[in-house]
Design a protein around this ligand. Structure first.
Ligand code: GUN
Length: 288
């Protein structure tokens, strides 16, 4: 029987837990955790993500501040803004929404964030700690995947795991976390040869390659764990909106074979925001 890993329900539970901790904090006379989200320019997808992050903060009692910078902002202007937030006692977490307009240097901007406020876990100091196995801020999507596996008591130790995609936001940290949890990890990417064979041999698959329904059901090993990190919009004339969201995995046929599987939407996506709130709370606790 297949277990559907319900990220929607689980994320609501985690958000309620964060809200309860924030309430305890503020009832004791402390300031609430504060998150600053910087958005540069007018990327539509970024706007949607930032709005949901702000709404989630409000619901959890976390103070949130949006800093909207013009698409023409200079690198110096962006760095000044980050440095101001590093010094701001109301702000415990700083999130620079990516991607940035192409004239800006993303790496330098991320390195300017105080690592103690780096709730995205993108600063090289935190990336380094993660790879050393030291407790630190971990990027929210892979952290959400691990939390899901933990809460559904999915066994990881000794399993073979295949991470498809090697991005800094998902693939690389995912591989580090699964290794730490004692899985034997392979990282596949766009130049990997014979991906179907690798998929067929994996006990755990994390698909984050950004190609709609790329992973076919018949490639999936019976009883395996299928984690779909993809969110792709595909045309669908039958839907009222004219499109629908699908993951990187062909859901129905894969669900026939998998032991555990995440749906899209309602799987990994909602967990990402829940982990951002958890990281912001952690930042406040560490800075206090
Ligand atoms: N853009 C897409 N995903 C993310 C994320 O997790 N954090 C930030 N800062 N930007 C993103």
């Amino acid at each position: 029987m297949t277990t559907i890993l319900d990220g929607k329900q689980l994320s609501q539970q985690i958000r309620a837990e964060v809200a309860a901790s924030v309430k305890t904090m503020t009832s004791a006379g402390q300031k609430p955790p504060g998150l600053a989200v910087i958005i540069v320019g007018d990327n539509k997808a970024s706007r949607v993500y930032v709005n949901s992050k702000k709404k989630a903060c409000e619901e959890a009692g976390i103070y949130s501040r949006e800093i909207t910078l013009d698409g023409q902002t200079t690198q110096a202007g962006l760095l000044d803004e980050i440095r101001r937030l590093n010094q701001d006692p109301q702000i415990h977490g700083i999130l620079l929404q990516l991607p940035l307009p192409s004239h800006l240097n993303e790496s330098e901007a991320l390195q300017t964030i105080d690592p103690r406020k780096d709730v995205d876990g993108f600063h090289p100091v935190n990336v380094g700690y993660l790879h050393l196995g030291v407790d630190t801020f971990v990027p929210c999507t892979p952290l959400g995947v691990m939390e899901m596996l933990k809460r559904y008591k999915v066994p990881i130790e000794g399993k073979t795991a295949l991470v498809i995609g090697r991005s800094n936001i998902v693939g690389k940290p995912m591989a580090a976390l699964l290794t730490k949890a004692n899985a034997t990890v392979t990282v596949a990417h766009s130049r990997t040869r014979d991906l179907p064979a690798l998929i067929s041999g994996a006990d755990i698959i994390v698909a984050g390659l950004g190609k709609p329904e790329f992973v076919k059901g018949e490639w999936v090993k019976p009883g395996s764990v299928v984690i779909d990190v993809g969110i792709n919009s595909v045309d669908d004339p039958a839907s009222a909106k004219g499109y629908r969201l699908v993951g990187d995995v062909e859901f129905e046929p894969a669900a026939q074979r998998a032991g555990y599987i995440t749906p899209v939407p309602g799987g990994v996506g909602p967990m990402t925001i829940a982990m951002l709130l958890a990281n912001t709370l952690k930042a406040k606790e560490k800075l206090s």
